[in-house]
Structures are given as C-alpha cells and as structure tokens.
Design a protein around this ligand. Structure first.
Ligand code: WQD
Length: 336
C-alpha cells in the first residue's frame, strides 16, 4: 500500500483527511506536535476507519525527527497541514507564524528532497485572493497582498513551492480552501477551537450549547442581499475527499505544480448560515448585529469548474448538513 505522511494529521482538516485517505486504501503516518490537538484524536480516527495509524509526536520544524521518519518510511507522498491558522493571533504575533508556517514547509521540502519523495499536497487558502474584483474567483484570479500574516504565510508557501518545483523533481498540488465547517457524521472528530472561537460556525454551535452568551454578527451594512458578508462554506468531509482525489491525480500530473480552489461554488451570507442552523437544528439562536470586523472581505466564493473537471470531485453535503454535523459534534464534546 502507498504510504502517506500527513503533517498536522490530528488537527481539524488533517484528521478528516486521514480518515478519507485510509478509506481509499492508503497507509497513513501522522506527525503532529499536539499544539492544536490531542492524542485522543488518533483513537477517534481509528474508531471511524478501523485502520491503525503510525503517530509521531513531533514538529515538522525538527530536522532530526523529519529525517528519522523519512528514513524509516518509504513515503509515496505528503499532505502538509501542520501550520498555525488563527488570523487574529497572526496579527499579534507575525514572527511566530513566519517561523512555524514558512520554516516548517522548508524543512519538509528538504526532507522530501533528501529522500526522493515527490508528491506534495499543500494546504493553502482562499485568503490568498484578498479582496477579489471579480467573483466567483478562479485559480487565475490575481493573488493580492494578504490581510494578515497568516495569509502572507500561505502566499509565501505557494511561491516557495512554485519556485522550488521549477528546479527540482517534485509534483505539488496547492489546494486553496474556502471556509471549512462541519464535522464527521459519526461525531467522533470535528473542530476543537482553542479558547473563544474566532470562526463563525464554532461560535454558533457554542452559543447554541450555552457556552457563549450570544453570537455577534460582524456588520450588516455590506453590499450583499442581507448586508452580511458572503463566504463559500464547505463541509470538512468534502474538503478531505478533495485531498484524496488530489493525491490520486499526482501520478497523472504533467506539470510540476497545479492549483485548485476547494469550495462549493455557492456563497452564503452570515444570516443565511444562522438561518440554516436554526432550521436544520430546530432551534432559535441568540444573536445580534455588531460592528464590522477589521480585515473581513465583503464577499468571496469559488469557481469550482477546474476541480470538478480535472479531479472529478463534487461536493456531497449542503449547508444544512454542515450545520447539523457541526451541532452533533458540539453536543458530543459538550457531553464530555
Ligand atoms: C466568516 C464570516 C465574519 C465570527 C477564516 C480565515 C481563512 C480560513 C477560514 C483558514 C465573516 C463572520 C465570524 C463571529 C461573525 N481559514 N463572523 N461573527 O474570516 O472568512 O476565514 O477562516 O484557511 O483563512 O481567514 O472565517 O468564520 O472567521 O468568518 O459575524 O463571531 O462570519 O465576519 O463575515 P473567515 P470566519
């Protein structure tokens, strides 16, 4: 069986991707420094897939550990999630983000080169588009300077990979995620926000669970149907499956780098998300309208033609499913 290294494989998107890689017949090795996860997630993944995982507790920035695991395992490819991703935190502590996110990628590329591993799937983000002039955004939409150091590390990461691929024998796929939300239908794995969530959906579910008093909607004076911002929310399981399709595609790649938007192609306003939650979970949510949040773009959503056609990937879950699975997960962790 082909062996895949998943860095950050115990994290939110990482854990869902490990499940789908295992279901597709890959053997998975995970390296995770537990900065943003717990070892219990490994057991939960195994309880879903029924397949074991080799787990290395460590940091992708640690050359010694990286050399050891690349020597120990004959990897077919790597899916690289391990990075910090809190936009607000990155503004407060840019150096922490440059060191971890950019240096971690460089350490990984070095290990791959030294051990002849050629296939890399890189976790990028729609944040690289900044405030896009034309919507929906395609993969050819110009990259804008980022709104946060977090976004800058994604732009730099993409540039390093594209430049490196011009000179070295590597096949890399950059996946630009839109807004990953929801949880595995089993409610065994999901998002585990540290502290007060900055993202919308975990804040919604924590408000519904009584952990937060009230959801504040950041602004309703935007130029959208109901005045609230528009995003392309995608179910984390659909996103995970896109990684499997990408890894399969690596074999057939003729170019050394390819880029795919991973979204649903549909934009939803914040109020539409709240409404979908209330409808699907049959409850009223306590919210109010507050001031705009610095750094928010008014609207962004994906043109998904390329990933649909080239990777033969389609989303299976809609916004109501995302809200229901997010709520089932919240209830499962609130019970703990
Ligand atoms: C969505 C909308 C908020 C919280 C971020 C990262 C991006 C990607 C996805 C990693 C916005 C509104 C939110 C709240 C609200 N991460 N909102 N009240 O900012 O689109 O994207 O996560 O790749 O890189 O930037 O997601 O969930 O924070 O916000 O009204 O309490 O919900 O203003 O319009 P965002 P988000």
């Amino acid at each position: 069986m082909k062996k895949i290294l998943v860095t950050g494989g115990l994290g939110y998107i990482g854990s869902h991707t490990v499940v789908e890689l295992q279901s597709a017949g890959y053997d998975v090795v995970v390296i995770d420094n537990l900065d943003n996860s717990t070892e219990e997630v490994k057991e939960r993944i195994v309880s879903i897939s029924g397949r074991s995982i080799d787990l290395v507790i460590g940091d992708v920035n640690d050359q010694t550990i990286m050399n050891r695991i690349f020597k120990e395992y004959d990897f077919y490819g790597v899916v690289h999630f391990a990075a910090y991703k809190a936009v607000g935190e990155s503004v407060d502590n840019p150096i922490k983000y440059y060191e971890n996110n950019v240096s971690g990628l460089i350490t990984l590329l070095g290990a791959m080169e030294r051990h002849g591993v050629q296939n890399l799937i890189f976790s990028s983000s729609c944040t690289v588009y900044g405030i896009a002039e034309d919507l929906p955004v395609t993969e050819d939409t110009p990259i804008k300077s980022a709104e946060s150091p977090y976004g800058t590390t994604k732009i730099i990461g993409e540039e390093i990979i594209q430049d490196y691929a011009k000179h070295k024998n590597i096949k890399t796929i950059l996946l630009r995620y839109f807004n990953p939300v929801g949880a595995h239908p089993s409610a065994q794995i999901g998002e585990l926000p540290n502290g007060v969530p900055s993202n919308l959906v975990p804040y919604i579910t924590q408000t519904a669970a009584g952990i937060r008093e009230q959801l504040v909607i950041h602004g309703n004076d935007y130029n959208t149907s109901d005045g609230t911002c528009i995003r392309d929310y995608i179910h984390v399981v659909d996103l995970a499956k896109a990684h499997v399709k990408a890894m399969t595609f690596a074999d057939k790649m003729t170019s050394s780098v390819d880029i795919f938007n991973v979204g649903t192609g549909d934009g939803s306003t914040v109020l539409e998300v709240v409404q979908a939650f209330e409808e699907r979970c049959n409850m009223r949510l306590n919210y109010r309208i507050g001031p705009r949040r610095d750094g928010d773009v008014e609207q962004i959503f994906a043109d998904t033609q390329k990933i649909n056609d080239v990777l033969q990937w389609q989303t299976e879950y809609d916004l109501h499913d995302m809200m229901y699975h997010a709520w089932m997960w919240q209830k499962s962790i609130s019970r703990k």
